[in-house]
Design a protein around this ligand. Structure first.
Ligand code: N01
Length: 535
């Protein structure tokens, strides 16, 4: 007998909903949160410029009509402080804090086969429960680069993924930013406005599409809230879980566009005349045909050269990896930032970083003296959090070792064979990263809650994914991306683990869309949890 029926790991978007949903079902639930507050990834990544690239009206919980009517969004796409405030509001509104143990980091957990219990070792003592819901985040383990001399830097070192709570003063300082993924692209224009001088250390140039965020006008939010039933219905039917404008819907629009390969030069030029960098990529064949992708990239370079005044800088900003193989990025004034007198782009393709020194960053092209270094170097995504936690399943197998050896295998992205009663929210092989995270997450939590309800109602103590079903699922998910540029050898992305040295490479999303994924998950449940062993 344990004190709890379910342990939820994490109190970010997923953990808060899991706690609420399972508690509502009459279960004894405890959420364990490493930090002293709710918010998860949206709390830690409080760097200047952090913002969601999906509209607030859709990047929010849909399960509670009260919450969606009461909360007031102020901008079309929410900035980090507003998302963090929203999650705090939800925690209070649903009285969740009383069941969250803050400052409690899960260090290890093992499945006790005799008692059919997970036994957890945490920084706040021992816990046990039959079920564990890992809501530990898909982008919650920062990837710190292994650059010699990092600790020797005499100035200030900052990491976007654990930005300080206190104000950071960059005014007039010599700042270096390493990393030009979504985080760097958001951060760089903001830092450029404050810093005395900003040096951007770019290893891979980004594809990024300009976007304007607007403050919601008086009455605009009320109008949206009045239509919420329709907005949520459209969202639910949409492959990426966001029917309004978002970084993902832009990609879907592109899929439906004519091919670049048969477009005339005039048509190509008209595309960038009318829509700039966005027009350069807006061709249906770029996702499947690497040659088409390269043609679009060349056109993209022409569009950049129309914005960025210095020809060398413009050329250095043209990516060399295929468009769409990394997560789409949208920005506010990224390319324009490189026209500022106080910004220098250091293209590491001309000579890599050699070391960090007490004075700054030393590259094969020369040394740059700095007061502040900001690392925006990404995450060990999807599998990182659970791999670090020392999760031991049947026969004492470590999940981190299993994934390291076999690749990030999972059945539905919800469970891993040999790790009974452990539910992985947004695990590898689920829509997660390639969709509106919140929409995909709600489907996961609801499926998990139904599953635990079913097991208890039918007297089952354990559920475990079958290796064969898991293999078939991985094959199915992999086959969906096989004909696309996502599997091209030059595609190094956190989507396929290529950003982490030594990580087994495999695309970790599910690209048939959330409605199709939901249909499959529901069918599996309706068939008595097909592909799982219930005991
Ligand atoms: O991380 P990334 P991120 N030396 O992995 C570079 C979500 N997100 O934090 O590409 C030099 O994309 C690395 O270079 P390379 C979103 O899902 C969402 O930016 O490996 N450079 C790359 O440029 C996103 O996809 C939002 O060659 C080094 C960068 O660091 C995900 O988080 C906002 C290096 C890492 O890019 C991750 O984005 C922000 C080294 N040693 C984030 N090591 C929104 O909602 C790494 N790099 C809008």
């Amino acid at each position: 007998m344990s004190d709890f029926d379910v342990i939820v790991i994490g109190a970010g978007f997923s953990g808060l909903y899991a706690l609420h949903k399972l508690r509502d079902q009459g279960l004894r639930v405890r959420a364990l949160e490493r930090a002293d507050a709710v918010g998860g990834t949206w709390r830690e990544n409080r760097y200047p410029g952090a913002r969601c690239d999906i509209e607030s009206i859709e990047y929010s919980y849909s399960f509670s009509e009260e919450i969606q009517q009461e909360w007031v969004w102020t901008e079309s796409m929410p900035a980090q402080p507003e998302i963090e405030a929203y999650l705090n509001f939800v925690a209070d509104r649903l009285d969740l804090r009383r069941d969250i143990a803050f400052g409690t980091e899960v260090l290890a957990m093992a499945f006790d086969e005799t008692d059919a219990l997970w036994r957890l070792e945490t920084s706040g003592g021992a816990y046990a429960a039959p079920f564990v819901v890992a809501a530990s985040g898909i982008l919650s383990v920062p990837l710190e680069p292994d650059i010699p001399g990092m600790a020797s830097f005499a100035g200030e070192s900052l990491f976007t993924s654990r930005w300080p709570d206190t104000d950071v003063d960059l005014v007039g300082k010599r700042v270096g930013v390493i990393g030009t993924g979504s985080t760097g692209v958001q951060l760089i224009p903001v830092v450029a406005r404050e810093a005395g001088h900003l040096s951007v250390f770019q290893r891979s140039a980004a594809f990024t599409l300009p976007w304007t965020v607007h403050e919601l006008a008086p009455g605009e939010l009320d109008g949206l809230k009045a239509d919420y039933a329709d907005i949520r219905a459209a969202q639910r039917a949409h492959p990426v879980g966001a029917a309004r404008l978002s970084a993902f819907s832009v990609l879907l629009d592109m899929l439906a566009s004519p091919p670049i390969k048969t477009a005339t030069r005039e048509e190509q030029l008209r595309a960038i005349d009318e829509r700039g960098v966005m027009g350069a990529l807006n061709w249906g064949d770029v996702f499947f045909d690497i040659e088409a992708n390269r043609m679009a990239t060349a056109l993209y370079g022409e569009a950049i050269a129309r914005i960025v005044e210095d020809p060398d800088t413009a050329a250095a900003l043209v990516p060399t990896h295929p468009f769409a193989c990394k997560r789409p990025i949208i920005d506010q004034g990224y390319y324009e930032t490189f026209n500022r007198d106080n910004v220098t782009l250091i293209d590491l393709r001309n000579g890599p970083i050699v070391s960090v020194t007490p004075r700054g960053i030393s590259t094969a092209q020369g040394d740059v003296d700095l007061d502040v270094i900001i690392y925006a170097t990404g995450f060990d995504a999807m599998t990182g959090a659970l791999s670090r936690m020392k999760v031991r399943g049947l026969q004492g197998v470590l999940l981190g070792d299993y994934w390291a050896e076999e690749g990030p295998l999972s059945y539905l992205g919800l469970a891993v064979a040999g790790f009974p009663n452990l539910f992985t929210v947004q695990g590898p092989g689920s829509p997660s990263a390639a969709t509106n995270f919140v929409a995909a997450m709600e489907q996961h939590i609801e499926w998990i809650a139904d599953c635990i309800g079913y097991l208890r109602a039918h007297g089952y103590r354990t559920i475990d994914a079958q290796p064969g079903a898991q293999r078939d699922w991985v094959e199915h998910a992999t086959s969906l991306v096989a004909p696309t540029v996502l599997t091209h050898p030059s595609c190094n992305s956190w989507y396929n683990g290529a950003n982490v040295p030594g990580k087994k490479r495999m695309y970790m999303g599910y690209t048939a869309g959330i409605p199709e994924y939901r249909r499959r998950c529901d069918e599996i449940a309706a068939n008595g949890y097909q592909g799982f062993t219930l005991a």
